[in-house]
Design a protein around this ligand. Sequence first.
Ligand SMILES: [Zn+2]
Ligand SMILES: [Zn+2]
Length: 269
Amino acid sequence: MGDLFGFGGAFGGRQQRKSAPRRGSDLRFDLNIPFEEAAFGTERTIEVERLEQCGECKGAGGSGEETCYQCKGSGVTGKTQRTPFGIFSTQTTCGKCGGSGRAIRNPCKKCGGLGIVRARKKIKVKIPAGIDNGNHLRLGGEGNSGAKGGPAGDLFVVVFVEPHKLFKRDGVDIFTEMPISFSEAALGTKLDVPTLDGAATVKIPPGTQSGTIFRLKGKGIRQLRGNGYGDLYAKVIVETPRGMSRKQRELFEEIKKEENMREERKRFF
Ligand SMILES: [Zn+2]
Ligand SMILES: [Zn+2]
């Protein structure tokens, strides 16, 4: 209703309050970090463009503050309008002082009287170990400075974790796959499994089936809150040999003779 008849400025004083010192807006910065840095924590220097308090006038906007001559300090200007509905007296926020009722005689040349200027700022960001894709860090007071001496907003750093060649992550647990050969699966072996801090030896027992998952306790990612670690799950994939040599073929033929796979399959029916 207010908007319909142009009463916006007269009601509630919302626009007037807007021109008082107000908090600066929040900022968002998207940061990509490698998988390992998310796991172990890191420190980055980011550069953000933001509004900062003008150094020239210290945020005051200039010198010689006085009562606004246009609105005589009321912060609003009124006018009377004749409309088909009758005579309306409408008030709008004073354009000269922005509703504050105060004006500056000598506006600062650097900021044009706003008290804030656009600036590029380098900020050091400490990224804790265990941060996950899409998590954000809130840096209080590092957002845009407020107008007319208002407090600064916050800076939100949204972290995006780059995928890893070997590992997939789900919370604090990580997953990897290890190819092993037929004979290794059949006879058993010791495998060097990559972890976030070097290789770990895993004993593969004889007769290991493809798809078997080995759990390496505590070899996952550090909890963001807390001191615990997730686990590493390593899944063995038995690779069927391809392009065998004549010798290999002969050996497999030998094995085949010894196998009782036909009998095993019969049990299914
Ligand atoms: Zn200034
Ligand atoms: Zn005014």
